[in-house]
Ligand binder design. Structure first.
Ligand code: ZN
Length: 127
């Protein structure tokens, strides 16, 4: 039990900044980059699926481009018939396992979206 807690704590410390990027809107999704480039809100479309405005909700629960990663790391309850209420619930979880999985989701989704080198991050989480 203690070992599990220590392992999760170590992973959590490394993944927490990724989780915070979504919570604090400190990322490079179109919703933020468009704001800095004076792009109208409705034109801040996801470049991967071109279906919707690329905001945190779309990135975490909706974009079909991340479906495989989403199914691996986020519970079905959240992404099946997603809504803002479920999204807020997901970002408010206190379970360290769920937080780690959300951090892993953000890591792999950013890696797919931005092509960010794993060297940018302090480690490569297990998939
Ligand atoms: Zn998309």
């Amino acid at each position: 039990m203690l070992l599990t807690t220590v392992v999760y704590s170590t992973i959590f410390v490394r993944l927490y900044p990724l989780f915070c990027q979504i919570r604090l809107s400190s990322h490079n999704l179109e919703i933020e980059t468009g704001r800095h480039n004076n792009v109208l809100l409705n034109n801040r479309i996801c470049k991967l699926c071109k279906r919707d405005v690329e905001d945190e909700f779309h990135f975490v629960l909706v974009c079909p481009h991340f479906e495989v990663i989403r199914k691996r790391f986020i519970k079905k309850y959240y992404w099946q018939k997603p809504n803002v209420f479920k999204f807020v619930q997901l970002l408010s979880v206190h379970n360290i396992h769920d937080l780690c999985n959300l951090g892993k989701y953000v890591y792999f989704a950013f890696k797919v979206t931005l092509g960010v080198s794993p060297l940018f991050f302090p480690f490569e989480p297990e998939y």
